[in-house]
Ligand binder design. Structure first.
Ligand code: HEM
Length: 154
């Protein structure tokens, strides 16, 4: 029930974000321009993001609902990509070197439950890092629209 509510909140904020983005004139590939100001600092800059992602990936692989999907994944490589992605999304001075969300997750048959489980673990990891609720929501709102590329099993 909790997961369902979370999913829908995220979907709504995702839709809102898309709309806001469509109405703004931004150059292509200007992801940092869409980042809420101060989010990178609120996440603790690079060191904070590294700590967050470390804990997040440990939680993901231990989660009985989705952990098995990471059995062939090298945690260090995933952590590096996620840290770059969160850094870019939050407006930090980084470059993301990984694949697009659509390419990377294409053959994983990810459903809404899987997506929500991952978001739940990210929230726990952010709580554990002492990241304020409002800042958590800012990061989640940036990730939410990705459900369109990641969820392939309906
Ligand atoms: C907002 C949600 C998500 C985000 C932001 C996200 C982000 C990422 C990123 C950045 C990578 C690394 C890409 C690369 O290095 O090229 C990745 C890989 C991966 N993701 Fe996701 N992901 C999300 C949801 C999910 C979900 C729900 C699952 C499954 C339950 C999942 C399973 C995986 C797996 C297994 C890999 C590793 C692929 C490999 O070993 O090469 N992801 N994800």
């Amino acid at each position: 029930m909790k997961a369902f509510a979370l999913c829908c909140t995220l979907m709504v904020s995702g839709a809102t974000l898309t709309l806001a983005h469509a109405q703004t004139t931004v150059p292509p590939a200007a992801a940092p321009a869409a980042a809420p100001s101060g989010l990178y600092a609120a996440l603790g800059e690079q060191a904070g993001i590294d700590r967050l992602v470390d804990d997040f990936v440990e939680r993901l692989v231990r989660d009985p609902r989705i952990g098995p999907q990471f059995k062939d994944t090298k945690p260090a490589a995933l952590k590096e990509s996620l840290a770059e992605q969160f850094c870019v999304l939050s407006g930090g001075p980084c470059t993301y070197h990984g694949g697009t969300m659509r390419e990377v997750h294409a053959d994983m048959e990810i459903n809404k439950g899987d997506f929500n489980a991952l978001v739940e673990q990210l929230q726990r990891a952010m709580d554990a890092q002492g990241i304020a609720f409002r800042q958590q929501n800012r990061l989640l709102a940036l990730l939410a629209p990705m459900h369109r590329d990641i969820i392939t099993r309906h």
